[in-house]
Design a protein around this ligand. Structure first.
Ligand code: 5GP
Ligand code: MG
Ligand code: MG
Length: 183
């Protein structure tokens, strides 16, 4: 049972959906007539992107990237490998990177540098969650859902050993959870 593995719900489904709608409005205002392209990094950012895109009322396109970072699942090494590139050309486009969470910031720092080289008109970050206390590089985040403490969170795209991305809220698991057997 889920109740047995969840320690704490940090952000409820209602809080997420409310914030996503606000961000959608803000982006629609800021990017009116700019035809932005929203780029999501698979897999975590996809749940956020799909809700956000429905809260945006101006024309825009979406695209996806897959990156893999070396190191274990809880720590990013900062060395990022591009597994799947964008389909669209971002030259002269207004780019918005849609992320689930910024932890150390190393993944995004690397991605920003590599996307800048393609000469977009502008490039900004929109992340649902941020753990500022964990930051290792300076990143300008234009749109932020919620700041959270230094805890490993699960749900709304964020996985626990690839599972539980579908939970509609952001939670912290108990420390002794094994993925399938304790459900
Ligand atoms: P960063 O490069 O900012 O350290 O890490 C970014 C990536 O690490 C996120 O996109 C996410 O995949 C993973 N990550 C960081 N913190 C968490 C967390 O609390 N929970 C989960 N499930 N993944 C996280
Ligand atoms: Mg991510
Ligand atoms: Mg992960």
């Amino acid at each position: 049972m889920l109740e047995n593995i969840i320690e704490e719900i940090l952000i409820s489904e209602e809080m997420i959906q409310k914030r996503v709608k606000e961000l959608g409005k803000q982006i629609s205002r800021d990017y009116a007539d700019k035809d932005p392209i929203l780029i999501s990094i698979l897999k975590g950012g996809v749940y956020f992107l799909i809700d956000l895109t429905r809260a945006i009322t101006i024309p825009h396109t979406i695209d996806f990237m897959v990156v893999s970072s070396y190191g274990d699942s809880r720590e990013t090494s900062g060395i990022v490998r591009l597994v799947k590139d964008l389909k669209e050309d971002i030259r002269h486009r207004y780019v918005l990177i849609i992320e689930d969470i910024i932890d150390s910031g190393l993944t995004l720092d690397y991605l920003l540098k590599s996307l800048q080289a393609r000469e977009p008109q502008s490039i900004e970050i929109c992340t649902l969650l941020s753990k500022p206390s964990r930051r290792k590089v300076d990143l300008h985040v234009k749109y932020l859902g919620y700041e959270i403490p230094d805890k490993f969170v699960v749900g709304y795209g964020l996985d626990y050993q690839q599972y539980y991305r579908n939970l509609p809220f952001i939670c912290v698991f108990k420390s002794d959870v094994s993925v399938i057997s304790k459900q």
